[in-house]
Design a protein around this ligand. Structure first.
Ligand code: DAH
Length: 347
């Protein structure tokens, strides 16, 4: 029995040294120490060992058991280490420089947004910012847009639940709701409430509408808003500014025209059309590009400006629309897909 036990320990040593996978390990373990294993078989023989040899034999069995367990533990540790290594992959040298992916480029929408701000900055407009989470007051009420106006419908606007509270966006009225702003016109109100005229601001930023995404619609897009408040401002000033802006952005042959329209916050109001036949893919003679008008006296009164003293104009337009015109892009969704093959073309 002694020889058998020694032979068993020697066999465990050689067998376990070469095992590399978990199934092989489990099989060897069962063969050695499992209920039907070889060591267990030896233990069952103890009854046949003469009484005086039993203590020595019991000790030897225990020693063999401990030895085999040590070998099993070592084999398992080796297999686990190999498994971890396989998961981690080849060793890396963190001190090496990262592979050079080349310089980044600006997104086409960023290019157009910054170019528009630069063009407007040249004639005295400075950039104003406003929150994308707005309240009904800034987005609608103060812009003379009554409760039953379609723009305020839950079908068109993303409202937050009544219980939501944004500590960094102050409500004007206690019971008004928060929403994602549907236009950048809300920045007009925030700017006017902050200071006195004259005011000359451009405010680019994201806006949100419950639109189903297609080639010309997206639930999230960017607008650019302008507000000018001073004494004796006329429609002529508005038209001259828009002529200047679009010529500067799209080229000399660009023309603008006004069509009468209705917006609650301007009177008179117009839709602005562009003609830019020299641009790629612009086949139609006139393309609608935004809305504008002379600031409605009600809006001035609401923010505490005397409408008898102050006059002004405002306009708003979609940045995607402009970028699509400028670059000849026919699907708005390209802007949001992060496909470098598309994005790199505008560097
Ligand atoms: N807020 C309008 C829209 O999102 C665009 C607009 C129209 C802005 C007239 C103005 C304006 O400032 O005067 O469709």
């Amino acid at each position: 029995m002694q020889d058998t036990l020694n032979a068993l320990a020697a066999k465990a040593l050689t067998e376990l040294a070469t095992i590399e996978s978990r199934p092989d390990f489990e099989a060897a373990k069962a063969r050695l120490v499992g209920p039907n294993g070889e060591l267990t078989a030896q233990m069952k023989q103890m009854g046949k060992v003469p009484k005086e040899e039993r203590p020595a034999m019991g000790k030897l069995i225990n020693q063999t058991k401990v030895r085999i367990q040590e070998l099993l533990d070592a084999a398992l540790a080796r297999i686990e280490a190999a498994e971890l290594q396989a998961q981690l992959g080849p060793a890396i040298d963190p001190t090496l420089p990262s592979p050079d992916i080349g310089p980044g480029t600006h997104h086409p929408l960023t290019l157009v947004r910054e170019e528009m701000c630069r063009i407007l900055h040249k004639v005295g407009f400075s950039v104003a910012d406003g929150p994308e989470v707005e309240t009904e007051y800034y987005c609608f009420d103060a812009l003379n847009t009554p409760t039953d106006h379609p723009a305020r419908d839950a079908q068109d606007t993303f409202y937050f639940p009544k219980t939501t509270n944004f500590k960094n966006v102050a409500k004007k009225n206690h019971d008004e709701r928060y929403l994602l702003r549907t236009h950048t016109s809300s920045v007009q109100i925030r700017t006017m409430l902050k200071g006195e005229p004259p005011i000359r601001i451009v405010s680019p930023g994201r806006v949100y509408r419950r639109d189903t995404s297609d080639a010309t619609h997206s639930a999230n897009f960017q607008q650019l808003e302008c507000l000018y408040v001073d004494k004796n401002v006329t429609v002529r000033d508005l038209k001259a500014l828009l002529d200047y802006v679009f010529e500067a952005l799209l080229g000399k042959d660009t023309m603008t025209r006004f069509r009468p329209h209705y917006f609650g916050y301007t009177e008179p109001s117009f839709e602005v059309d562009l003609s830019a036949a020299h641009l790629p893919k612009v086949k139609k003679e006139w393309i609608e590009i935004g809305g504008c008008g002379m600031v409605d006296p009600t809006v001035f009164s609401d923010v505490g400006y005397d409408p008898e003293v102050w006059s002004g104009y405002a306009f708003g337009m979609g940045i995607e629309r402009l970028a699509m015109l400028l670059y000849g892009i026919d699907d708005i969704r390209y802007f949001y897909q992060n496909d470098l093959r598309f994005l790199k073309q505008f560097a």
